[in-house]
Design a binder for this molecule. Structure first.
Ligand SMILES: CC(C)(COP(=O)(O)OP(=O)(O)OC[C@H]1O[C@@H](n2cnc3c(N)ncnc32)[C@H](O)[C@@H]1OP(=O)(O)O)[C@@H](O)C(=O)NCCC(=O)NCCS
Length: 164
């Protein structure tokens, strides 16, 4: 669709400022990059300011070495009324040799906001390929699962409630 980007990809070198105590990329840096990539994808689709409302299934499959090329790929896979569900995959390779390897993945949900900071409708995304239909179905299923998980997590929300 002209004027709307369903995908956003960024590539850069993992700089030394992202080093963890083991010499690889810090998990917090990786999460920031994923949030930035998915946020750009959400803004590119909706044309609106967007905020992260949920992150699920974040998995660090492999460490990323400092100095590697990092590719963050964010893909819209489902739209609700005001929400955009974005699959984020990160891969990385040594710039001198080697192939890209998958390192990190998650699903992020962003909400578009109006001028008053309230959730506002986003353009609908319709999958047209079998792969995209499967991705959308997975996003819907994960949202349902997420609602159950959220109920369970409420137990941890107020640790001081018992006076401890
Ligand atoms: C995002 C925010 C505006 C949503 O407000 P809200 O009162 O929950 O709004 P709603 O209940 O109408 O939900 C808005 C959308 O978010 C979705 N949503 C809310 N919580 C969700 C969750 N845990 N997982 C997935 N989607 C969620 C709703 O399903 C709804 O989607 P839909 O319109 O497509 O059906 C509010 O929660 C907020 O400001 N959160 C803080 C955001 C932030 O600071 N992020 C970090 C910095 S960017």
């Amino acid at each position: 669709m002209p004027g709307r980007d369903r995908e956003f990809t960024m590539r850069f070198l993992a700089g030394a400022e992202n080093r963890n105590v083991y010499g690889n990329v810090h998990g917090g840096s990786m999460m920031k990059w994923m949030d930035e990539g998915a946020g750009a994808c959400a803004a590119g689709w909706s044309g609106l300011p967007c905020v992260t409302v949920a992150v699920s299934g974040i998995t660090f499959h492999k460490p990323v070495a400092i100095g590697n090329i990092v590719e963050v790929r964010a893909r819209l896979i489902h739209t609700g009324r005001t929400s955009m569900h974005i699959a984020v995959n990160v891969c990385s390779r040594n710039p001198r040799h080697g192939e890209y390897e998958d390192t990190t993945s998650c699903l992020m949900v962003f909400v578009a906001l109006d001028a008053g900071g309230r959730p506002t409708p986003v353009p609908k995304w319709e999958p047209t390929t079998p792969e995209d239909r499967a991705l959308q179905a997975r996003a819907v299923h994960l949202r349902e699962l997420g609602q159950h998980i959220q109920e369970e997590l409420r137990t941890f929300e107020s640790p001081a409630a018992d006076g401890g």
